[in-house]
Design a protein around this ligand. Structure first.
Ligand SMILES: NC(=O)c1ccc[n+]([C@@H]2O[C@H](COP(=O)([O-])OP(=O)(O)OC[C@H]3O[C@@H](n4cnc5c(N)ncnc54)[C@H](O)[C@@H]3O)[C@@H](O)[C@H]2O)c1
Length: 321
């Protein structure tokens, strides 16, 4: 496959590209390398990708109309893995416009590229568990559940991406698969996420802040469990537009996450407790029966093991002695 991976210097894009290159596919990566978090981390991921055979890269902003077409020219692309986005729930309160640019305009421009391409067979794109909004703890969330109450602007833009994809699948017959990721974590991860911030602070002997820890349940999902399905998923072309949950389907308390980080760091955290933050939801819990049945999604990594691998990576890469 000749695969266009957007957001390739981001956390999931980097791992996805490595996995696809390992399988012998060619990867054309694009990314704006924006400064939402330390661009040095993105540059380090890119430097690793550049060493691989079959990888090429274009720096561009997907929100710029025609940027993809200008960069790619006639190069044949058979599959698109669209992962670029302005991520993060909390930052969407601070800079809402960047979410509309990347997640709505950027998504539209990827679809327009696919619409006018003569070679694209399948577009796979990232959505998010946040589209489910605030839900009672209990059963896993199903793709068929009603999703009409996004609790943050981030969630609203990911839901908008799903709607744009639905319309393009119907209008232009572009096969598409949307993936609702549930709190993905692991080595080379995202510095704005709780597991990273807790690790950084605990190792530095600084206090950590927990927002409503007694109420928070998250379906933490290890990166390798996600990227392992990408090769099969990309080559499984659906009829029309399909959406799948990709989560661990085994939610943990926020306090379990803190415990796992404390154990892996070998240090206890000083904790500051604060109320729930605006835009946050209390529970995420994926029902993954559809992904399991259709392409064999089978997450295996429990939180303690995954966090232990992350902390070992963090110590090696972010705090070299
Ligand atoms: N990591 C998670 O837990 C999680 C959960 C749910 C959904 N997602 C979704 O998965 C995808 C990947 O997330 P991630 O965790 O790797 O985030 P990330 O921030 O590490 O990666 C996103 C990448 O997209 C790039 N980008 C942003 N806007 C762009 C634009 N307009 N043009 C070109 N590049 C642009 C950024 O520079 C970044 O490198 C995103 O769509 C995100 O919304 C992630």
């Amino acid at each position: 496959m000749d695969i266009l991976v957007t957001g390739v210097t981001g956390f999931i894009g980097f791992h996805a590209a490595l996995r696809l290159l390992e399988d012998g596919h060619s990867v054309i990566g694009v990314d704006s390398l924006n400064a939402y978090y330390d661009p040095k981390l993105k540059a380090a991921r890119l430097a690793m990708l550049r060493q691989k055979v079959g990888f090429s890269f274009h720096r561009l902003d997907l929100a710029d109309k025609g940027a993809l077409e200008a960069a790619l020219g006639d190069r044949p692309v058979s599959h698109i893995l669209h992962l670029a986005a302005q991520a993060g729930v909390r930052y969407s309160l601070e800079d809402p416009h960047s979410y509309i640019r990347s997640n709505v305009m950027g998504h539209l421009n990827v679809l327009e590229y696919a619409r006018h391409s003569k070679t694209v067979e399948h577009v796979v794109y990232a959505s998010s568990s946040s589209v489910y909004g605030e839900r009672e703890p209990g059963e896993g969330f199903k793709e068929t559940d009603r999703v009409r109450e996004p609790a943050s602007l981030y969630a609203a833009t990911k839901l908008s991406g799903e709607m744009l994809s639905e319309s393009y699948a119907r209008l232009y017959d572009i096969p598409q698969t949307g993936l609702r990721f549930f709190t993905v974590y692991g080595p080379w991860g995202r510095p704005d996420m709780a597991y990273w911030i807790f690790t950084q602070k605990i190792l530095a002997g600084e206090p950590i802040t927990l927002f409503a820890p007694d109420k928070m349940l998250r379906d933490f999902t290890y990166i390798d469990d996600i990227v392992d399905v990408f090769p099969t998923l990309l080559s499984t072309v659906p009829q029309g537009h399909k959406i799948y949950n990709l989560g661990n389907s085994d939610p943990n308390r926020l306090t379990d996450l803190v415990g796992a980080v404390e154990t892996a760091c070998g240090q206890d955290a000083q904790k500051i407790i604060k109320p729930q933050q605006l835009g946050d939801v209390c529970t995420t819990f994926a029902d993954i029966s559809a992904a399991r049945a259709d392409f064999g999604f089978d997450p295996k990594t429990d939180l303690k093991d995954g966090i232990s691998t992350f902390v070992a990576w963090y110590k090696q890469w972010m705090r070299p002695e």
